[in-house]
Design a protein around this ligand. Sequence first.
Ligand code: B12
Length: 279
Amino acid sequence: MRYGFPVATSHNGRAYSTEQLAQLRLIRRLIDEGYRPSQIVGKSAQELESLAGSSLCDEAQVLSHPLARDAIDFLRAYDLNGLKKHLQAARTGLTLREYVCNVISPLTSAMGVAWTRSEIGIHHEHLCTGILVSLLSAELLATSPRSDYPTIIFGTPVDESHLLGLLMAQCVFADLGANCISLGPQIPINELALAVHACQAEIVAISFSFAYPKRYVRPWLSKLQALLPPGKAIWAGGAGAAGIRRKLPGVQIFSDLVLAGQHLEQFASRRSVDCPSCP
Ligand code: B12
């Protein structure tokens, strides 16, 4: 009520209209993304929706990706074997990293848009995530680390349950030759720091999805930095990390998996020059 909104519609001051509740949900989402209350309270539902929409992506373009569009159709028809075969066929002739960047990543974006448009429900997202996790996990088993590439440890913060971004980054780095160790999603920060030490990882890779409140990304990363011994690299990715306004010295932020792969190649070649006998 501090900003004069919402105004209750009943005498006991507790009932709000459906429209006000929808507005409140949008306001909450925008605040999590980093907007100040004074920037958004007082705007109409339409204005709020367009702000929330503009922070995502060009929906029509995302949905026009033919492979992703077909995958969403399989999902809507609950043809999960069809979806699996469709995704397996799309793998032909591509390296693992090309597959992730050109097929899986556009599909996850399209799923997000389809969900926003109520074309699919949360259970569809779970069904598709299950298939993607099993396909990508099988791919990871077939990769072999190269001795001239570093060990990278992967995880997401406790409040981040989205794991596909993490898995995609893992596939790209493993395909290039990194020794990838995943702690999976929702790892307590102290446990992550202990695992980095125990596994002698040189790089910690963290994923923050669009749903992760952007105002918590920087504090979380700086807490991790304080827990790690000097010299460990922190690489963060995902739409949540890409949204932080002030960067953190010593933390690399990626919103593009191709660039992340190139960065790893440079890291590995610098590493070979600096320490030719490193394992
Ligand atoms: C699948 C999915 C789910 C699944 C997750 C299953 C799982 N175990 O992973 C389920 C159904 C559980 C789910 C739940 C929710 N979700 Co959801 N979900 C998605 C979806 C479709 C994909 C998520 C994903 O993995 N994205 C991560 C990757 C693919 O995308 P990215 O962040 O842009 O990252 C890219 C790069 O930056 C890079 N990258 C990512 N990480 C890293 C890390 C490193 C080191 C590097 C180098 C690179 C890198 O890889 C990606 C390549 O494209 C997205 C849509 C979307 N656009 O993301 C919505 C989305 C993230 N979800 C959303 C929401 C709202 C939710 C829920 C709050 C509501 C709900 N649906 O119930 C809950 C929240 C759960 C929670 N507590 O966190 C919204 C967030 C919007 C917002 N403003 O908050 C989205 C954007 C959908 C939408 N269009 O509105 N979700």
